[in-house]
Design a protein around this ligand. Structure first.
Ligand SMILES: [Zn+2]
Ligand SMILES: [Zn+2]
Length: 148
């Protein structure tokens, strides 16, 4: 039981850490051509940048599939990655970018911090000089700042 939880948490955490790294060094690096569709105004519902979600989603499905017979670590890590994906979708795509108008602007300090940090990431529509690349792992200045 403990191990199950640990693998789910590991899958979840791996997404935030590798996501931070991939976003900072690859998406704002050699893969900017794809990621820039998320930083520059788009006229369609889908962006080329959505390919990244598709890629991470496929990894999760693959792991769940491979681990499904014995419910081994692959299954639970795949579940952790999926949980991260769902939360990422709700926070990033719905709450911050309002691809679906399901939620209003957050008032809870934690959500507000995530919201502000990601808005700060979008201050620039260029490859260089962006800040705060994680979803949860963001500079702590975005939290506990009182509204000015
Ligand atoms: Zn970016
Ligand atoms: Zn964004």
């Amino acid at each position: 039981m403990f191990l199950t939880f640990a693998y789910v948490a590991l899958g979840f955490a791996a997404m935030e850490f590798s996501g931070w790294f991939i976003h900072k060094y690859l998406m704002h690096g050699p893969l900017w051509m794809i990621h820039k569709t998320h930083h520059q105004p788009s006229h369609s519902f889908f962006e080329w940048n959505d390919l990244f979600s598709l890629l991470f989603g496929s990894i999760a499905v693959g792991l769940i599939f491979l681990g499904a017979e014995s419910f081994d670590f692959r299954f639970w890590m795949g579940m952790g990655i999926s949980m991260y994906g769902v939360l990422y979708f709700v926070l990033h795509d719905v709450l911050v970018h309002r691809r679906f108008r399901w939620l209003s602007k957050p008032t809870h300090p934690l959500l507000e911090g995530i919201y502000k940090a990601h808005q700060a990431h979008h201050k620039t529509n260029q490859k260089k000089n962006a800040v705060s690349f994680g979803l949860f792992l963001v500079p702590k200045e975005f939290f506990n700042t009182k509204e000015k």
